[in-house]
Write a protein that binds this ligand. Sequence first.
Ligand SMILES: NC(=O)c1ccc[n+]([C@@H]2O[C@H](COP(=O)([O-])OP(=O)(O)OC[C@H]3O[C@@H](n4cnc5c(N)ncnc54)[C@H](OP(=O)(O)O)[C@@H]3O)[C@@H](O)[C@H]2O)c1
Length: 294
Amino acid sequence: MVTAVFGSLIALRRLSGRRRPSRQPGPKHTPGTALITGASSGIGAAFARLLAARGYHLTLVARREDRLSALAAELHGQYPITAEILVADLSKPADVERVESRIHELESLDLLINNAGFGAPGQFIERDLGIQLDMIHVHVVASVRLSRAALPGMIACRQGGIINVSSIAAFVPMPGNATYSATKAYLNVFSEALQAELTGTGVQIQALCPGFTRTGFHHTPEYEASDRYQIPGLLWMSAREVAAGSLEALAQGQVIYVPGRKNRFLAAMARNAPRSLLPILRRRAVKQRRGTLK
Ligand SMILES: NC(=O)c1ccc[n+]([C@@H]2O[C@H](COP(=O)([O-])OP(=O)(O)OC[C@H]3O[C@@H](n4cnc5c(N)ncnc54)[C@H](OP(=O)(O)O)[C@@H]3O)[C@@H](O)[C@H]2O)c1
């Protein structure tokens, strides 16, 4: 137990403090274009607002055209930038292809934020397979394809950044959220390995691992029966805090970034002792299935 806590503290220092000197694309870099998926709401919209204020031109991607249009009009009216919208369902290969084409057309893409995502809590065996496969497509396949489309241009310009929006769920196999935590774990490993491959290219990769964040995420029919209101208020962060912390961490070269001290502590604990947490999580998942979780 002592070893586990000691190990967690070391991991915690790593998660919060592993920093390299400031580099592109930081606030000092002359901004170009940022493409944000899942920009119609929550963390994606918060990224859009922060980047517009820094002078980035934006390509905003999601399914809900009315929300994207409203955000683009708001930002275009407020800042001297262009904000285009691209309506796409990233669970559909043809739509991902359209976003890839747009990336190829853009003169220079400085920042790609693979943020689109959703939750679908419940036992894997009891959930519709289609929704699990959609999740793998939106979280993993689309992020991989768009990264592959963006990287050659970034490497040629010797600058750029990709933020893959993961979750603290990436640090522990979560019964009741098996596909979700697995897709987010993929993004963490992918980001770390990619960053290692890109050393010296001027391109920076980050896996952003938020904890509970006040967005539309928990306000879907998927979460109606969940216990979201039981989660203590002090564990929640705002989408703006999460996005601002991520941009700062990207400029400092942090590859795995967990926003918020409490989340960093939870992530460090989970990272160090995930297997010993499993029985607790399993009991919780069974209670949830039986509807007895308060
Ligand atoms: N909120 C949290 O507590 C939390 C914690 C950890 C990680 N995250 C991660 O943060 C990311 C952003 O979520 P959020 O919290 O900001 O939730 P949100 O407010 O619900 O935003 C999710 C965004 O993803 C887009 N999206 C979902 N499915 C899509 C699809 N098939 N094709 C294209 N876009 C799609 C949504 O747009 P449309 O519906 O318009 O398509 C929306 O813009 C997600 O990857 C999520 O896993 C959230």
